[in-house]
Design a protein around this ligand. Sequence first.
Ligand code: PEP
Length: 250
Amino acid sequence: MRQALIIGNWKMNGNLAENDELLNTISKSYDSNDEIEVVVCPPSIYMAQISQQLLNSKIKYGAQNVSANRNGAFTGEVSTAMLHDLGCSYVLLGHSERRCLNHESDEQIADKFSAAVQAEITPVLCVGETLTQRQSKETFLVIAEQISIIIEEVGIKGFEHAVIAYEPIWAIGTGETASPEQAQAVHAQIRRQLAEHDLNISKNIQVIYGGSVNADNAKALFAQQDVDGALVGGSSLNADDFLNICKAYN
Ligand code: PEP
């Protein structure tokens, strides 16, 4: 049985005071709830603050990016060892904003995925198609390629302790969400692809959906057989909205 997973991606938002308030409210409500795994991904600069604040909490935290390199002359980068040092257990990889704005290639994402697996930090691989690709019926192909390159470089066992987030690019931050049926179709396809390599991994991996998830649409998405939770951007910045999404799982 796969555990439900809700991840909040704070993107480049927050400050010391706001983070404090947001996490206090979320953790008060969440800690009594064992059913759902909750993860927050703050900007890396606040990781020390978040690690202190979540010291006695079951809420986990992750980074929004990591370097594929171990250490050295990589100005501005953060390594997996640094994240590990601060108790960070997840890292988002291949988010469409990094693919598009930072021109991250599938190969670079595969290198980061490999570094995360080696450091025992759970990679959350984000995959998804543009609107044009969906309209041209290329969705499955695009996503299969984004996953294939990781399997080729890291091997299928790399997915043993990984999460996949299906995030259609046209749904991120737009207020438009994939229908539950559209999400289910892609999630099932992802599992079929993984099953060609390893049946257990395909059955056990958490595949979560991201793209304008809110308290109103979460329930129908979560009702889908292969949707194990959500990667939440905008709605993760408001404690009530985020908690209502978590409640929708129950
Ligand atoms: C995201 O950033 O991963 C995301 C899904 O954002 P939003 O929920 O705002 O669409």
